[in-house]
Design a protein around this ligand. Sequence first.
Ligand code: B12
Ligand code: SF4
Length: 460
Amino acid sequence: VRFIQVTLLNPYPDSPSLPTYPSLGLAYIGAVLEKNNYEVNVIDSHMLSYKIERTVDKILTINPDILGIHLNIGNFFSVKMIYESLKNEEFTGKIVIGGPLSVSYDKILKFSDYVILGEGEKSFIDLLDYLRKGKNIKNLDGVAFKRKNKIVIKSQKFITNIDEIPFPAWHLFPPLKKYKAYCRKRPNIPISTSRGCPHLCIYCNKSVFGYKFRPRSPENVVKEIEFLINEYDAKELGIQDDAFTLDSRRVFKICDLIIEKNLDIQWKCDNGVRVETLSDELLKKMREAGCYMVAIGAETGNQSVSNKIGRNQDLKTVRKIAKMIKENGMVLKMFFQVGFPFDTPNTMKQTIRFAEELNPDIAQFAISTPLPGTKMFELIENEGKFLYDIWSSFSYYGGKSMFEIYDLKTEDIEQAFKQAYSQFYLKPKKIISMLKNTRSTEEIRYFLGTFSYIFRSMLR
Ligand code: B12
Ligand code: SF4
């Protein structure tokens, strides 16, 4: 049996302006590798500001048997360049890629040996066992690879009991307090309490965790929180779930346990929760248990667009819940997009007005982007057209629309995007209230970053 050393890589992103987050996906992969007695180390090139050359040097110095890379739409070109440099340097290890872009495995196999499809904790270990012991590759699920120039793909299976997955191995990473994502206190650590979401939003990539909601038990979640406090001195947590509040009884239980155990921790749902799952009672309980921010995805201010993008939420409920979050003394963050396939100049104006009316503390506007693996991507392929080949010139942060469909014009979308930020933020009243509500230097840094982003997108 051969000994295998694994290096996990979080690459430097294609667009350098992003805040640094520790990768929860790689921390889980690191944990299962250690549990299965593999030797593992992590290079977080984003955190360490290692661009291509430095990253490649570091990999060559370690010279692992397996290089596992976290790929997403935001670092596609970096990963391609790393692969090419490694091949030029005659790196002999196997390159395995995982992450939410694995749905485009046919493209990714051009610069890797194996692609792990979706959730990686089981399939990556199966693949390594195969490589180590020469087990039968037929037994592998959730892996794509090439054999005699043909792609072999083994269908993905979801892990049923996610309480069994070990806690993320954060000790493999640089100190967590050095990461600079939005927070009030550091170390600020991401946590995932469930996987999957049953909803059908057409812009959302569900290829990693799927449509079935798979919750962890409240006891297991709170055990991890205690572990994060004791081992890593966690001061703040960010919930990364797709559908954290889907089962409100579970959230009540998690909160009750945090309160009962008197855990000194604050947390936020900054990834968004569905409005119809919230109530005044639940928000009060969350607040009591340390939650200081709730994000909701309004996405559009037009009811018919909301229904057509599969969001299917009543805008009256969005109004009611947005108000309730503020009344409960929590920071309200809202997500909006302009340029959905069903948008018109008028519906985009409604979206901007809706944002102004609800006046969240933080509004995040985006140009709607058809990501591979989403229903929206298929819709554009079938009924519209991409304006350029996304695999050769994709830029998520370009402030540019990338497709045409129906009567929607790219100039109108780009105009609405600029308008959204200036109309929402560039008002003395808004700026004063933002400064008044900041609670820490971390937050001030974040808001300064937001303003610099707004100005840059307006100048494009
Ligand atoms: C937090 C978050 C962010 C954070 C931090 C990202 C990070 N580095 O972890 C920030 C704000 C920076 C961010 C930015 C972006 N994000 Co984001 N983000 C998320 C979110 C909400 C949670 C991520 C998470 O922690 N998941 C939990 C972990 C456990 O899952 P995971 O990382 O996917 O890892 C599992 C598998 O993918 C696999 N795996 C992952 N890596 C590897 C590596 C190897 C070797 C192996 C074997 C397996 C493996 O195994 C892991 C365990 O099962 C997800 C939604 C989601 N539910 O995942 C979106 C999501 C990942 N983001 C998305 C997008 C579009 C973006 C942006 C491009 C745009 C934006 N909105 O700003 C940028 C990308 C920039 C970048 N270079 O990272 C999309 C991804 C689409 C795609 N095809 O890539 C997602 C899926 C949202 C969605 N549903 O559409 N994001
Ligand atoms: S956007 Fe949110 S609610 Fe919609 S499918 Fe994705 S995770 Fe579910």
